[in-house]
Design a protein around this ligand. Structure first.
Ligand SMILES: Nc1nc2c(ncn2[C@@H]2O[C@H](COP(=O)(O)OP(=O)(O)OP(=O)(O)O)[C@@H](O)[C@H]2O)c(=O)[nH]1
Length: 199
């Protein structure tokens, strides 16, 4: 069921380890990583957007009808993308996922949505290193002010923010779905593991 949530695929990085734009790489024949992530968010979100940064080359990959949200020039990194997304969201919660997390499934997003507590600032999965993962998390509209304070005080880490109070942390039984792909070998492994028998 769709909700008043802004679903955002983070595509603002440099993709330096991959050596080419990660969003545009095909997960399956005819389906880019970006398209796959948008289709995961689509059933849950009344608005969909792609988060773009100054170093990313993903703008041309954004399908028609999908919003583009540019990082705020005064900040850097994914923190800048989240601040821009929350501003664009106008108070709506933002469900943010990275473009390079191919193992993520709709059921994982549903788990986040079900665990959501709107009186908190965010709901985030805890990864295998025991730290919350900012690349698959639901940020409440009220997180904007708190994140701005973090950014202004020089603390520009989303992970650090998610370790703080008023954040719901969800420990999955198996956190492998949070793995990201950063080089062609990892991408190939993911393609093989997720191959659709119809392809
Ligand atoms: N909006 C936005 N997204 C970012 C930014 N940096 C990274 N991301 C996204 O965050 C996710 C994880 O990024 P990383 O793998 O840490 O960084 P990357 O730049 O994509 O890749 P590397 O250059 O190899 O580190 C990806 O979906 C990126 O597109 C940024 O500055 N702005």
């Amino acid at each position: 069921m769709k909700r008043d949530i802004l679903g955002v695929v983070l595509c603002g990085g440099e993709s330096s380890r991959m050596g080419r734009d990660k969003a545009s790489l095909k997960m399956r024949p005819g389906v880019t990583q970006l398209e796959r992530q948008l289709s995961l968010l689509e059933p849950f979100c009344n608005r969909l957007a792609v988060s773009l940064g100054p170093a990313s080359r993903a703008e041309r990959e954004v399908p028609e009808g999908i919003e583009r949200i540019w990082d705020l020039p005064e900040w850097e990194g994914p923190m800048s993308g989240m601040l821009a997304a929350l501003k664009s969201g106008g108070g709506w919660p933002v469900l943010a996922i990275a473009c390079d997390m191919p193992y993520l499934e709709a059921s994982d997003l549903l788990q986040l949505i079900h665990r959501r507590d709107p009186s908190r600032l965010a709901t985030a999965f805890v990864a295998s290193d025991g730290l919350p993962d900012p690349m698959c998390a639901l940020y409440e509209g009220a997180a904007l002010e708190a994140l701005e304070e973090e950014a202004k005080s020089g603390r520009r880490s989303l992970r650090r923010f998610l370790k703080g109070p008023k954040v719901e942390r969800v420990e999955p039984a198996d956190s492998r779905f949070l793995a990201s792909v950063n080089d062609l070998q990892e991408l190939d492994r993911a393609r093989r593991a997720l191959r659709d028998p119809r392809d």
